[in-house]
Write a protein that binds this ligand. Sequence first.
Ligand code: BES
Ligand code: MN
Ligand code: ZN
Length: 497
Amino acid sequence: MNIKFIKNSLPTSDAHIIFAYEDRKLSASAQKIDKETEGLISRAMEVGHFEGKFGQIIDLVAPVNLEINRVLVIGLGEEAKLDEVKLQKTGGKIMSKLISSGDESISIAADTPKESNISGAEFAAHMAYGIRLRRYRFDKYFTKEEDNKKPSVISVSMMSTSAANAQKLFAELDAVADGVQFARNLVTEPGNVIYPESYAEKIKELSTLGIDVEILAEDEMEELGMGSLLGVGQGSACESLLVIMHWNGSDNDDEQPVAFVGKGVTFDTGGISLKPGAGMEDMKFDMGGSAAVVGAMKALAGRNAKVNAIGVVGLVENMPSSTAQRPGDVVTSMSGQTIEVINTDAEGRLVLADALWYTQDRFKPKFMIDLATLTGAMMIALGQEFAGIFSNNDELCENLTKAGQEVDELVWRMPLSKGFDKMVDSKIADMKNIGGKYGGSITAAQFLQRFANDVPWVHIDIAGTAWKTESSDVADRGATGYGVRLLDQLVRNNYED
Ligand code: BES
Ligand code: MN
Ligand code: ZN
């Protein structure tokens, strides 16, 4: 699909989109169609109780004398309250309505809203961004899809008086969308396609953007003493890998990096503590944290962000076999701390323990943020709307919360405390890998904190947000790519030269 920004404002498409604000106030850019259509639109607004509220849509078949097939009138709500997220959502709504409508071309009468802080360029670029995000579809394995179910939209013309500036702004957003798309693809691919080795190969593709990709094999991790991560993969025929991505975008080579760490369990059967069969196929998404890290690195490099950033992902497959680790096994992590593995299904924290320790030890980053589909309990607590964050640093939490609101990838801070920390003490080792019956997401985070070594750190549990069972405005149901936009925005707001 091709998106272009043009000044021309005469609709020459199959579907033409115009906008209205509250109280049926058509945007200035909308009033360029012929009289007959204008008459139809005002009638349709009355008949359809359309007030211009955010999200309201009128779908009008165009009069026969026009070349266009249809006109959509979309409500944007109060003009003064328009923001980037609303524009992205509106772009998504347009795409979800038209994707398989049969219409091939869309023209959009982008506005320059006088009464809001949004510029004409921002209006057009953020709407186009939403359109692109919602267009994503994972259909490579369909061999018999009927033509009328396939996407029909080929081109989008965003008609804006600020076309040139919109194009420039969109180029950056487009790079972030590339990262989101990369992450969604990785998460949606099944476990027989994405396993540690094939995954690492995919990550190597990022070197064309200027990212250095380093891969540590099992023998190198053994030498580093990563018994915690290696224990998880020891039942799998796949070799475990640690992949390190370096993006040096800052003008100052010595600038301390920011670091992102991801759980990359390419399939989680639970190991010897085997999961029940029903729904186990979902556990292909257990590398969603790592995919967010990879996607964010791609976004930063793609838009040439002026920051030094490190991405570290632990890639392992958690399988039951005669070589798998047993419940009760004790492993020694790279930090030197020992862990009693009570439940082999609490494997994500074992992977992150070594990945986090390695990251702070080698890179001395400004901060570390880890992302992981870590606990089912997180979905119980916050559903699919918010990811939980756990941290030893208030400022980082505030920055992350703000970035999340700006890109609509929301986070909610959860507590850490001495009492919860005690719950992961073991009778025979320094700690055990599960807590008690309650507070499972928190005890998992307490476990991780023991490997952050007092570096400013946030753990983001994305178990509920990485995969959605219902579609949202900017993503069909399935992999969301959650985290890519969040991390990009955090960097954009706070950590660029
Ligand atoms: N990958 C899962 C967490 C998960 C489960 C995410 C379901 C999304 C949906 C993780 O490895 C896991 O199995 N966690 C266990 C921990 C328990 C054994 C302490 C869980 O949440 O049940
Ligand atoms: Mn598990
Ligand atoms: Zn898992």
